[in-house]
Design a protein around this ligand. Structure first.
Ligand SMILES: [Zn+2]
Length: 95
């Protein structure tokens, strides 16, 4: 199953980049370079899974995400891309 909505046509390049990264899933720099735990830039909590923390745990992103959707993967599949763009604009996802 893939996300049925469309990327917002007005998203800037940085936001589109964030959406593509969400879409394909990604390992963060701290995971690739073996520098975990990483500290969330939005809530200052340490995490061993930066993207999953950002989507499923961070209190800063909570108002933008329906946490009842479950895993990070499910959230990405079921949230509207325009809503994800708004989220990424407000709180840039981990690199
Ligand atoms: Zn956080």
């Amino acid at each position: 199953m893939k996300n049925p909505s469309n990327f917002p046509k007005t998203a800037n390049k940085k936001t589109l980049n964030a959406l593509y990264r969400f879409k394909f899933g990604y390992r963060c720099l701290s995971e690739i370079t073996n520098n975990l735990p990483d500290t969330c830039q939005h809530c200052d909590r340490d995490t061993h899974a930066p993207l999953a923390h950002y989507l499923t745990e961070s209190r800063q992103t909570a108002p933008y995400i329906n946490r009842n959707l479950g895993t990070a993967e499910n959230i990405i599949r079921q949230m509207d891309w325009t809503a994800l763009a708004t989220l990424a604009l407000q709180f840039p996802p981990p690199r």
